[in-house]
Design a protein around this ligand. Structure first.
Ligand SMILES: Cc1cc2nc3c(=O)[nH]c(=O)nc-3n(C[C@H](O)[C@H](O)[C@H](O)COP(=O)(O)OP(=O)(O)OC[C@H]3O[C@@H](n4cnc5c(N)ncnc54)[C@H](O)[C@@H]3O)c2cc1C
Length: 415
């Protein structure tokens, strides 16, 4: 990363400690390849890469979540430790987000903030090692942007909750062990007050997971139906009726988790000799065309602005508090930038962007990236909704009118 501040002696010592750990734990030859800039050697070392094994190794080390308390697998560290760890992972061309992206990024911080001791002991370490993968069961067919209107019901009965209803857009539900579920426990109070937050075992009888085919051809997300699913009462996170407050912790962390993703994956994909920007330029054909040159120049400017914005957000987070609405700034920027850039890449490729020989994986990946980028301004909250939130909570603009304020949920109009 170019946007860095000079390390204090304490930070430099921590950076050295992370590097030492990486040298000891990476596959043979990997660290040497990075340090000597030998791309062939890195390719060789990557052949023995085992992502599952790596997820477990980093999950056991504390470096997978430096901010988490030591007793649950973290380092009880400060925000600058997380930044340094991420910088070093990117430097060694490693993904900064492991297999269990929603578990580590969303469920873990939520359980740390609102879970009880038993829940933290039971779930956190296995989230970090990716032994138990998590999904997020929030959105419903009629409740996406207006999530607080969610209608999946949780009814208490003899020490259990019985869940009925439908969720949608549930990423990786088909491979998850547990889900973070937002459900309505009281329909007689205003929408924000009648929600509760649960941990649900995705293998419970009555959980019906149906993958949805996306425009990309893959099935990243699912519909999930709950038919009389029984959840033990100890799986309630926080107190009954306070689920909206718990869910907001998940949502704020989601925005932060989604705002840096493409940078991280670019760093992982990059070889040793070239930085991700040089790789990007090399991948653009027809560079003699003035319009393509303009696209490359504008991409550079936008990339710089994005990195500086990301850097400023990281610096702000150094102060340590839970992420707030400012996480939306980088999330929106990232989403819009990624969409704009993938569009420009398709234009630069001309007809080759839409038709290619069988087995041409570069062209296939390019089309996939273009189609997948459409989702960036929807997932984790749409750009429109986040702009409204930033206007209200950061700029102090007047709030949007709330037509259902104070009205019991069961009486409000829902789609
Ligand atoms: C790839 C992907 C993965 C996802 N993964 C998950 C997941 O794992 N778990 C999960 O729970 N959800 C997930 N989602 C769902 C996502 O959070 C919702 O799609 C999103 O919040 C929008 O909700 P919606 O689709 O119901 O759209 P709607 O809320 O129906 O919105 C439709 C359009 O209207 C606009 N709109 C709505 N209200 C307003 C308003 N007040 N002001 C201005 N414009 C407005 C929106 O911006 C949008 O353009 C995922 C979505 C995608 C695309």
């Amino acid at each position: 990363m170019r946007w860095t501040i000079e390390d204090t002696p304490e930070r430099a010592a921590f950076r050295e400690q992370v590097r030492g750990w990486l040298r000891e734990n990476l596959p043979a030859g990997w660290a040497d390849a990075i340090e000597s800039g030998d791309a062939d050697k890195l390719d060789q070392a990557r052949k023995s890469w085992d992502f599952f094994g790596w997820s477990r190794t980093i999950g056991m080390s504390g470096y997978g979540a430096p901010l988490w308390p030591k007793e649950y697998g973290g380092l009880s560290g400060e925000p600058w430790m997380q930044n340094i760890t991420r910088e070093e992972l990117a430097r060694y061309r490693l993904p900064t987000v492991g297999l269990n992206i929603l578990g580590v990024g969303l469920a873990g911080p939520t359980l740390i903030a609102h879970g009880n001791e038993e829940q933290k002991k039971r779930y956190l370490q296995k989230i970090l090692t990716s032994e138990e993968v998590w999904c997020q069961l929030f959105s419903e067919p009629g409740s996406g942007s207006d999530l607080a209107s969610a209608g999946a019901r949780a009814t208490r009965s003899n020490g259990e909750y019985i869940i009925n209803g439908q969720k949608v857009w549930t990423s990786i539900a088909q491979m998850s062990h547990f889900g973070m579920l937002l459900a309505r426990t009281d329909p007689d109070v205003p929408k924000h007050d009648g929600l509760s937050y649960f941990i649900v075992d995705m293998k419970s009888p009555g959980v019906d997971i149906r993958p949805l085919k996306q425009i990309t051809g893959s099935s990243e997300f699912n519909e999930v139906y709950f038919n009389d699913v029984r959840i033990p009462a100890e799986n309630l996170v926080g107190v009954e009726g306070d689920g909206w407050r718990v869910a907001r912790t998940t949502l704020m962390n989601e925005r932060v988790a989604l705002s840096g993703l493409s940078l991280d994956s670019a760093a992982f994909a990059g070889g040793t000799r070239k930085d991700p920007w040089a790789l990007f330029v090399d991948s653009i054909p027809n560079r003699e065309d003035g319009r393509v040159r303009q696209f490359i120049a504008k991409s550079y400017v936008e990339k710089e602005v994005k990195e500086i914005t990301q850097f400023r957000a990281n610096m702000a987070r150094m102060s340590g508090a839970q992420p707030g609405p400012e996480g939306g700034v980088t999330k929106v920027y990232n989403a819009e930038f990624n969409k704009w850039r993938s569009n420009g890449i398709m234009n630069a490729n001309g007809p080759a962007a839409v038709a290619w020989d069988h087995g041409d994986s570069d062209s296939e990946n390019r089309a996939h990236a273009f189609l997948r980028a459409r989702a960036n301004s929807i997932e984790g909250g749409t750009s429109e909704i986040l702009r409204t939130q930033m206007g209200e909570r950061i700029l102090g603009l007047p709030r949007e009118p709330e037509v259902d304020k104070g009205i019991p949920w069961k009486e409000i109009k829902r789609s």
